[in-house]
Design a protein around this ligand. Structure first.
Ligand SMILES: [Zn+2]
Length: 290
C-alpha cells in the first residue's frame, strides 16, 4: 500500500492500493506494446479478474497458436483449453493435434476427446491432395459464459486508455463494472464477421448523431466485434437496427438474448451460432469497416 491516494481503480474504485500495470488485451493474445494502463488498476483487481481474461484467451487460443503469438513470460504458444485440440511446441516446431473421433485419443498423456459440438468444434474435414494434407475445423464462439464479461473488460480498458481515466470512472459504467466483476446484469456484444487478416485492430469508437454511445469496436485476429458499455446497451441496439437494414455480412449478438439463462439450466452448456435468418449487415460509413 502507498501512503498517498492514487487514481481510483477503474474496477473497484479503491484509492489506496498496490499499483499494477494492466495489459488491456491479455499478453497471451499478443497485447500491443501501447495497450497498457500504467495506472488506475489495483493489483488486486488486475490479478483477481484474471479468470475473466481466461475466457478470452481460451476462445482465441487456437488462432493465437496458429499466429505464433508467444504467451505470458515468453512461453511458447500452445493450445490447452480445448477438449479436442492440443497445440504445443514439438521437436520439429509447432504441432497441433486434433481428434476427429470416434474414440478418445491419448497424446503425451493428455486425453483428447472426439471433436463434437460439445467440445466446441462444430465441424471438421480432412483431405489429401497432391501429397498435402489439409485439416479443417470450425470452432464455436461464445461457449464460455464469461466471454461477454471479458469483452466488456477489454472495452472499458480501451475506453480508459483512449478517453482517459476519468471517463472510465463515469457512474454510467458502474453497471458494466458489476457485470465484469460479479457477473451481475446482462451485457452482450455483436460479432460482425471476420476480415480474414489475423490482426488486432482497435478502431475508433463510434457514436450516434447526438453523441450517444460510444459503441466500441474491437477486432481480434481479424474477428470484428462491437460492444456498448452503458446499461441496457442503447447504442448497440441502434447499431443492430442499422445492421438489420443491410445485407452483406453475417453477424450475431452474443450471448443470444433470452437464450442465456434457459440453456444454462437445461444443458449446462451453450452454443451461439449466427442465425442465418438474421443475416444482414454491412457496416455503414462510420462503422468499423469504413
Ligand atoms: Zn481495484
Amino acid at each position: 500500500m502507498t501512503g498517498t491516494p492514487q487514481l481510483p481503480c477503474i474496477w473497484c474504485r479503491a484509492t489506496r492500493y498496490k499499483p499494477s500495470v494492466e495489459h488491456i488485451l491479455p499478453d497471451a493474445l499478443g497485447c500491443p506494446p501501447d495497450l497498457h494502463l500504467e495506472a488506475g488498476v489495483c493489483a488486486r483487481c488486475n490479478n483477481g479478474l484474471g479468470h475473466v481474461d481466461q475466457a478470452l484467451i481460451r476462445q482465441f487460443e487456437p488462432v493465437a497458436f496458429m499466429a505464433g503469438v508467444r504467451r505470458k513470460k515468453g512461453r511458447p504458444p500452445g493450445i490447452d483449453g480445448w477438449a479436442s485440440l492440443l497445440g504445443r511446441r514439438g521437436t520439429a516446431g509447432p504441432e497441433m493435434h486434433f481428434n476427429a473421433g470416434p474414440d478418445d485419443w491419448l497424446v503425451d498423456g493428455r486425453r483428447l476427446k472426439p471433436a463434437s459440438a460439445a467440445t466446441g468444434v462444430l465441424g471438421h474435414s480432412f483431405s489429401v491432395e497432391d501429397g498435402i494434407a489439409t485439416v479443417g475445423y470450425e470452432l464455436a464462439v461464445g461457449e464460455d459464459p464469461k466471454l461477454a464479461r471479458a469483452i466488456c473488460k477489454l472495452a472499458l480498458g480501451l475506453l480508459a486508455k483512449r478517453e482517459g481515466h476519468a471517463a472510465a470512472l463515469d457512474p454510467k459504467y458502474d453497471a458494466v463494472r458489476r457485470f465484469v466483476r460479479e457477473d451481475e446484469g446482462d451485457f452482450s456484444f455483436l460479432i460482425l464477421g471476420g476480415d480474414g487478416r489475423d490482426e488486432h485492430t482497435f478502431w475508433r469508437f463510434y457514436r450516434g448523431p447526438n453523441g450517444e454511445g460510444p459503441v466500441i469496436p474491437i477486432t481480434l485476429f481479424g474477428i470484428e466485434m462491437a460492444v456498448d458499455l452503458e446499461e441496457g446497451q442503447p447504442s448497440l441496439a441502434v447499431l443492430e437496427a442499422r445492421l438489420r437494414e443491410q445485407t452483406e455480412l453475417t453477424w450475431t449478438r452474443l450471448p443470444l438474448s433470452g437464450v442465456r439463462r434457459k440453456r444454462r439450466g437445461a444443458r449446462g452448456r451453450r452454443r451461439w451460432i449466427a442465425d442465418p435468418a438474421e443475416t444482414p449487415v454491412s457496416a455503414g460509413s462510420d462503422a468499423p469497416r469504413a
